[in-house]
Design a protein around this ligand. Sequence first.
Ligand code: NAP
Length: 313
Amino acid sequence: MVEDTKLLIIGGGPAGLTAGIYAARAKLDPILIAGPLPGGQLTGTSDIENFPGFPEPQAGMQLMENMQRQAERVGTKIVLDEVKSLDLGRRPFSATVSSGDEYRARSIIFATGAKPRMLGVPGEKEFLGRGLSTCAVCDGAFYRGKEVAVVGGGDSAMEEAGYLAKICRKVTVIHRRSEFRASKIMIERVRAMPNVEWELDSAVTAIIGDNARRVVTAVVVKNLKTGAEKKISVAGIFLAIGHTPETSLVKGQVALDEEGYIVVNERQETSVPGFFAAGDCHDRRWRQAVTAAAFGCSAALEAERYLTREGLA
Ligand code: NAP
């Protein structure tokens, strides 16, 4: 099937869905390709208490379901499929999804987000999903009453450590420096928990497990100041070391920075006219649901202006 659209939105997180809400209300009849599991990174977050408009903490999944319902109610067509290839060299642009369907779009808002960064140490590939996780909220319950480790020193690591400390017997935070990127309030909350231990100035050098039983049994940690290595027994390891932008679809077609983030101006315009970006695929600085939503809004308003200006609306 080939479908023509004025505006194709790629990505079903806060940036894409907000773009959908604004574009649908502007009568652009947007089609949004949300991926097979829509909602983006927020679906893996427990309580969100910094999204304005909700005095009580919101479950990430619930917030995203609400955003999706809102986008659909105002007229966004949501497709649960994944874009496999994108051709920005022709007009209209062409996007092909897993089912083989092709979408021909006069403009695109690219809001694919980012994916968790990995350590690249021995044992990581073997035990991913079998003791090694990138989402405490998703997998923490499997480690109730057990000993686990969290790797990282940012807000995500503190959030994960705090969450796990409530359900696990012991949490060891492993961080490569002794200063933290995380905000003071987040660190203080975790520091106040009696079952959290800290391995600072330390790097993970290997993940050890029982291959036959497919379980993690320990993490090997090297102190970067002394060079000493030690093995810490854990049943689970949670990586919280940041993210990589999901921009491989547009590599070589749109200007990216040295880390692969899409380069945008203040109007969410990229190096390709009519192709806009919004959210974590270009934002390395804030990476918040509310800023992603705001970028999605700006991108939709600018896409509307572009389509009108070019006589494509
Ligand atoms: P981040 O701020 O980039 O922190 C990543 C952490 O992982 C840093 O401590 C970094 O160490 C470490 N790291 C990176 N690569 C590593 C490697 N290869 N090996 C070992 N350690 C590595 O990422 P984030 O914590 O995911 O946070 C992302 C954004 O989301 C931030 O803006 C944060 O404020 C926000 N956030 C907010 C909340 C909240 O407010 N509730 C919750 C989660 C996230 P170095 O410090 O040494 O570089």
